[in-house]
Design a protein around this ligand. Sequence first.
Ligand SMILES: *[C@@H]1O[C@H](CO)[C@@H](O)[C@H](O)[C@H]1NC(C)=O
Ligand SMILES: *[C@@H]1O[C@H](CO)[C@@H](O)[C@H](O)[C@H]1NC(C)=O
Ligand SMILES: *[C@@H]1O[C@H](CO)[C@@H](O)[C@H](O)[C@H]1NC(C)=O
Ligand SMILES: *[C@@H]1O[C@H](CO)[C@@H](O)[C@H](O)[C@H]1NC(C)=O
Ligand SMILES: *[C@@H]1O[C@H](CO)[C@@H](O)[C@H](O)[C@H]1NC(C)=O
Ligand SMILES: *[C@@H]1O[C@H](CO)[C@@H](O)[C@H](O)[C@H]1NC(C)=O
Ligand SMILES: *[C@@H]1O[C@H](CO)[C@@H](O)[C@H](O)[C@H]1NC(C)=O
Ligand SMILES: *[C@@H]1O[C@H](CO)[C@@H](O)[C@H](O)[C@H]1NC(C)=O
Ligand SMILES: *[C@@H]1O[C@H](CO)[C@@H](O)[C@H](O)[C@H]1NC(C)=O
Ligand SMILES: *[C@@H]1O[C@H](CO)[C@@H](O)[C@H](O)[C@H]1NC(C)=O
Ligand SMILES: *[C@@H]1O[C@H](CO)[C@@H](O)[C@H](O)[C@H]1NC(C)=O
Ligand SMILES: *[C@@H]1O[C@H](CO)[C@@H](O)[C@H](O)[C@H]1NC(C)=O
Length: 487
Amino acid sequence: MRGRGLHFHFHLWLALLFALITASFGISVKNQSVRCIAAERRALLDFKKGLIGYDNSLNLLVSWTSKEEECCKWKGVGCDNTTGHVVMLDLRPRITYGIFGGSWTAISGVIGTSLLELKHLSHLDLSLNHFYQIPDFIGSLSDLTYLNLSSNPLTGFIPLQLGNLSRLVYLDLSTDDINQSLISDNLEWLSHLSSLQLLKISCTNFTKATNWLQVIQSHPSLSVIHFGYCDFAEVDPSSLVHFNSSNSLSVLHLIWSSSLHPSTFPLLLNISRNLVELDLHHNQLSSLIPDSFDNMPALERINFELNSLEGGIPKSLGNLCHLKELNLRDNKLSGPLTFAVKNLSGCANDSLEVLKLDFNHFNGSLPSFVPFSSLRELDVGSNQLSGHFEDNFGDFSKLNVLNLDENGFTGPLPDLLRLSSLRELYLRGNRFEGLLPVNIGKLSQLVLLDVSDNSLHDVISEAHLFNLTKLREFEIVRRPVEQMSWR
Ligand SMILES: *[C@@H]1O[C@H](CO)[C@@H](O)[C@H](O)[C@H]1NC(C)=O
Ligand SMILES: *[C@@H]1O[C@H](CO)[C@@H](O)[C@H](O)[C@H]1NC(C)=O
Ligand SMILES: *[C@@H]1O[C@H](CO)[C@@H](O)[C@H](O)[C@H]1NC(C)=O
Ligand SMILES: *[C@@H]1O[C@H](CO)[C@@H](O)[C@H](O)[C@H]1NC(C)=O
Ligand SMILES: *[C@@H]1O[C@H](CO)[C@@H](O)[C@H](O)[C@H]1NC(C)=O
Ligand SMILES: *[C@@H]1O[C@H](CO)[C@@H](O)[C@H](O)[C@H]1NC(C)=O
Ligand SMILES: *[C@@H]1O[C@H](CO)[C@@H](O)[C@H](O)[C@H]1NC(C)=O
Ligand SMILES: *[C@@H]1O[C@H](CO)[C@@H](O)[C@H](O)[C@H]1NC(C)=O
Ligand SMILES: *[C@@H]1O[C@H](CO)[C@@H](O)[C@H](O)[C@H]1NC(C)=O
Ligand SMILES: *[C@@H]1O[C@H](CO)[C@@H](O)[C@H](O)[C@H]1NC(C)=O
Ligand SMILES: *[C@@H]1O[C@H](CO)[C@@H](O)[C@H](O)[C@H]1NC(C)=O
Ligand SMILES: *[C@@H]1O[C@H](CO)[C@@H](O)[C@H](O)[C@H]1NC(C)=O
């Protein structure tokens, strides 16, 4: 759990932006004619007493006063239309904009047991605040379907009592705050959440929870799981079901873990036949990519970026008929790119849209990408490729991004006319020579063109650039502009 400072700020801002957008549309279930129930009103006022930061005028809790009888009108409170019971508490901080930008105040303090009076509470959102503990009693709010404690500096054990929330559909304990550090020694509680569909957890130490993968694999309802910055125990393969694992899991993100055991990687590839998205980026994986994608025929998106994976691209990846995005950037993959691409061309021919293979050790010449007729983005930059840049892209009218940066390509540039949708073209750091093809001027969608650090003639005419009305960045040589000749 290190080095995440920048990341944290970026995500916090995204989260705040999201909060702002949803807040401005409102998700309350108010009905003016419904009167709130006196006991629940008292409970809310009691709950407010345990909090710190509510008296700030920017905070929505200022609307919770004994003067206003109708607690269903208080900000962040939602009541059932007909019964008047409080069913929703949404205490995400609201952002107020002033001349110095946005400001908001998070609340902190104690999540008080008076919440237990709200017997029909189904939606509890305390995200983006400063609570430090997940209280055990939350497990007794038996009507909860939505619990969001994300982006709080939570510490301590995840209470086993959460396992009592049999109606819970969404559980979000994720954060980018390096100060969160939760522990769960056993994931048994998760298997009792029989309605749970979405689980997001980060910065949690699962190193004693040897059953974590087994619980996920046998879970009846989970369809989306995000684990970020967590530590995991090694998995005993014999604890897993080794036949046709057909659970509901369709999205698995398990990212930024430094403790994923090498033997766990192949097990993850057998986790569910229904998996659509598998994101394992930044996990220090250092093996071959297992050749067992046949067990996940529904896969559409794979991200193994930023690991140390070795070897080539296994053939079974090409058998995935729905594969749209394959990101293997920043690994140690090697071998002739031609063979790797041949391995990929199969059922994935028509579906593949994004292929990122940059920052690896692939070598040999640039293969033909003709089979991949739907390709929108192709990155093979920063490998050890050589030879000529042949025009072997077929009729690639959908290609938007082509990156051949930092390889050993030589010879003239081909006529690029058929790449009519190209928006970004990166050719920097090769040994291309000759003139920049005039037809580049016909790639009218071009926004970014980088041909610097090559041996190209610096001759640029009006025809090259006149019609490139969208071009925002153009690099041809890394040297002062005076030395370039314009005609
Ligand atoms: C939880 O809250 C955060 C911040 O308000 C939000 O970005 C996220 O989408 C919420 N999680 C779920 C599952 O709704
Ligand atoms: C109030 O209840 C009625 C009937 O149950 C429902 O149609 C309506 O959408 C509810 N209003 C709100 C704001 O939830
Ligand atoms: C509010 O609730 C009352 C009583 O149940 C119902 O008659 C009325 O239609 C509701 N109004 C709205 C706007 O949902
Ligand atoms: C809630 O869970 C705890 C721990 O798992 C258990 O001891 C307790 O009996 C449960 N309570 C209810 C009301 O189910
Ligand atoms: C993390 O905790 C430290 C000290 O406990 C505090 O100074 C820092 O502001 C906290 N960081 C965040 C992002 O809350
Ligand atoms: C996780 O918890 C175990 C004890 O349960 C501890 O030994 C280990 O150091 C913790 N790991 C991290 C990264 O905090
Ligand atoms: C595995 O699942 C597939 C698709 O659901 C099915 O066709 C096949 O018969 C199953 N095999 C076994 C051994 O259950
Ligand atoms: C994955 O499951 C298949 C059966 O579908 C099994 O043959 C294979 O050994 C499993 N792979 C691993 C790594 O467990
Ligand atoms: C092609 O696939 C085979 C079988 O999966 C594998 O052994 C080989 O390394 C792959 N070659 C490349 C260059 O990816
Ligand atoms: C994919 O493209 C390759 C190369 O053109 C071809 O040999 C193969 O038959 C194609 N596979 C499918 C399933 O279309
Ligand atoms: C590619 O690299 C391998 C070693 O990984 C080497 O044996 C082979 O000769 C290289 N091929 C080319 C064309 O450079
Ligand atoms: C720009 O495009 C127009 C229309 O396609 C064409 O007539 C004109 O010759 C082009 N100009 C240059 C300098 O290529």
